[in-house]
Write a protein that binds this ligand. Structure first.
Ligand code: ADP
Ligand code: MG
Length: 345
């Protein structure tokens, strides 16, 4: 008697969904990334009960056409790459074509979308991977995703969700990361009917930091290069943003943020470069505030390492270390800072 089963499609999708979609924050991250990839300059996210009962993401981007709406929800369906060769050049945030299929496998999804070319919009409903509606509807250009009852059909997953307050906080963190890495997009985040974050989308990183961290923090940050304009890539690399004066220290690493090509990531080499540059300025067990927007030529970075793309791999870690260390160190040594710290030249 054989004991090995080939799993059915539904089960495969639910298992695969678990890899990309850990909870409400992952849903929001994927949907907001899609909005950014669709060239939206305004994105509103609304959640209830930490996102477990409702997530609504509205963008004013390109929309999804009637010929594509069904396909968009198939596993490994993407408009962003065609072959593996495209992976080396991909500049969009998404490319795996897994998010919509994964989200739809484990929740109830309703989409309202319209492209510029089509006269009518579409209302598409897919629950637990099963299509329930696909009909024309009047709706503004752009896309609204409504995700209800996350993990309703995967109780094992649902059990591992934290409290709505905690899940809501994770979503808030995702929204902060999105806002600082895209100052040119107006973001709004509404939690249980209350506006928690709102940015203007005027391109000013300092304005975004002001909205998120407040006056006190923004009064104590210094620029790294021109924070509002992508500098020329030198050897395929550039960095801009703000870092905290040494007086603006924190007790944990939570404020050491950096972004590669518009993605929030974690990377040991970059963290080490930042902390090494601050070493002579900070006491032990104190950590800096940083918000660095790093651009890396796509051929030098592999973003296809982690399903949620939280990690990347560089082909040349040495030069990224040197760049970050050098620029942070440079900014910290600007003369007008020195009196603040009582350091003699
Ligand atoms: P990926 O982003 O990796 O391509 P997704 O599953 O997230 O995969 O999305 C599948 C496709 O659906 C995208 O490639 C895109 O063509 C389309 N799409 C998803 N969300 C949006 C959106 N907000 N606006 C326009 N098109 C979208
Ligand atoms: Mg995507």
């Amino acid at each position: 008697m054989s004991i090995i089963n080939v799993l059915d499609k539904d089960t495969i999708n639910k298992i695969a969904a678990g890899e990309v979609i850990e909870g409400p924050a992952a849903v929001v991250k994927e949907l907001v990334e899609n909005a950014i990839d669709a060239d939206a300059n305004s994105v509103t996210v609304e959640i209830k009960d930490g996102g477990t009962s409702l997530i609504r993401v509205t963008d004013n981007g390109k929309g999804i056409g009637s010929d594509d709406i069904k396909t968009a929800f198939l596993p490994h369906a993407t408009s962003k790459i065609k072959t593996a060769d495209d992976l080396t050049l991909v500049s969009s945030l998404g490319f795996r074509g897994e998010a919509l299929a994964s989200i739809a496998a484990v929740s109830e999804v309703e989409v309202l979308t319209k492209t510029a070319d089509e006269i009518s919009g579409i209302r598409y409903v897919i629950n637990g991977g099963k299509e329930e509606a696909n009909e024309p509807i009047g709706t503004p250009e752009g896309t609204t995703f409504v995700v209800r009852n996350l993990f309703y059909n995967t109780p094992a997953r649902k059990k591992f969700l934290k409290t709505p307050a905690t899940e809501g906080r994770y979503v808030g963190e995702v929204m902060e990361h999105m806002a600082v890495s895209h100052p040119e997009i107006a973001f709004k985040f509404i939690l249980n009917g209350q506006v928690k974050l709102q940015t203007m989308g005027n391109g000013s990183l300092k304005d975004v930091l002001f909205y998120i961290y407040g006056k006190e923090t923004t009064a104590n940050i210094i620029p790294v290069n021109n924070p509002d304009a992508d500098g020329e890539l030198v050897n395929g690399l550039s960095v801009r943003g703000y870092i905290g004066k040494p007086s603006l220290t924190r007790g944990n690493k939570e404020y050491e943020n950096y972004f590669i090509n518009g993605r929030f990531i974690k990377n040991k080499v970059i963290t080490r470069a930042i902390e090494d540059a601050y070493k002579s300025f900070l006491m032990q067990h104190r950590f800096p505030f940083t918000c660095l927007l790093i651009s890396v030529d796509n051929s030098l970075v592999d973003v296809n390492v982690h399903p949620a793309k939280l990690e990347v791999r560089f082909s040349d870690t040495e030069s990224i270390y040197r760049l970050i260390f050098h620029e942070v160190d440079n900014a910290l040594r600007k003369k007008d800072l020195l009196p603040d710290m009582g350091v003699k030249q």
